[in-house]
Design a protein around this ligand. Structure first.
Ligand SMILES: [Zn+2]
Length: 163
């Protein structure tokens, strides 16, 4: 295992719920989340914060692999559904499966938007808009802070034969 690569994913350290294989729902109190998540992850995932645009290392990354929820390890998006939206946040046109995402109407800030949350831990991920490319014409605009990327080699094993 390449430990230098894992160092960046510090959200997993001391996070007992992080798992890319366990699909059971995660239900922790906000106090517990605050204890196990790095501050910036907690701010976005649990307090519905937004990272500054153009700050995510994933925004311009087009490596082949899978994007997981940085809070709980739930598989969210495949790199082949990622596209360059120019909006400043990592953008995808389709989640990995129906259950990987939850949709919540969001009328805050005087806008009618749809919030997207992780289907496993209900963390705030971002929003979905209907101005994306075909075939879905959707644009999942996601905070890179709450994403965890694994290159194809590892990720493919878990998803081969599952379609
Ligand atoms: Zn999650």
């Amino acid at each position: 295992m390449d430990s230098s690569e894992n160092k960046q994913a510090n959200s997993k350290d001391g996070n007992p719920v992080y798992s890319t294989t366990d699909t059971s729902k995660v239900n922790l109190s906000e106090t517990e989340w605050k204890k196990i998540l790095p501050e910036e992850v907690y701010y976005i995932a649990r307090q519905k914060g937004t990272e500054a645009p153009w700050t995510s290392k994933y925004e311009k990354s087009f490596e082949t692999g899978t994007y997981y929820c940085a809070v709980c390890g739930n598989a969210l998006f495949k790199s082949d559904t990622k596209f360059e939206s120019g909006c400043g946040w990592p953008s995808f046109y389709e989640p990995i499966s129906k259950g990987s995402i939850i949709y919540i109407p969001d009328n805050s800030h005087g806008m009618a938007r749809t919030e997207v949350q992780c289907g496993r831990c209900k963390s705030h991920l971002g929003h979905v808009f209907d101005d994306g490319p075909p075939p879905t014409h959707l644009r999942y605009c996601i905070n890179g802070v709450v994403l965890d990327f694994q290159k194809a080699k590892e990720a493919e094993k878990k998803y081969s034969g599952k379609k």
